[in-house]
Design a protein around this ligand. Sequence first.
Ligand code: ZN
Ligand code: ZN
Length: 156
Amino acid sequence: MPAPTDLGIEVLAVPEGSPVELDLRLEAVVEGVLVTGTATAALEGECVRCLEPLTDQLSTRFQELFLNEDGDAVPEDDEESGVGRLVGDLIDLEPFLRDAVVLALPFQPLCEDDCPGLCIECGARLKDDPEHGHEEPIDPRWAGLTGFSAEPDNKD
Ligand SMILES: [Zn+2]
Ligand SMILES: [Zn+2]
């Protein structure tokens, strides 16, 4: 099925219309139909540390019980028609799929586990420039003394 809008969270989501692979298992139970499924989809988002675009793959399992509309138990010899009704009504899966996807997403997606993020001084991406650094800011109280110590000690 194509992904509906807003399938995901602000920083990481399944692009609208991209394919969501559903692997569903339907099981007739007394109350209705138990749907167990795995949803696999591509994710697009951005790293929360360095804001670099990232792509990821989502695979999440979900399980939901669909009650019979009339509330009656499905007779054991009526399993096939029970399943058939549900298949004709698959759009109802969307809210459950959405819940499962959102729950499976990392709250803080990272381009890589140890993404160093952005430089707090200048905002440069530390991943692009691992050697990146700034001189230690000089404490103004010691600024005057620095001049002294930098001079060669040749008084003798
Ligand atoms: Zn990053
Ligand atoms: Zn910097």
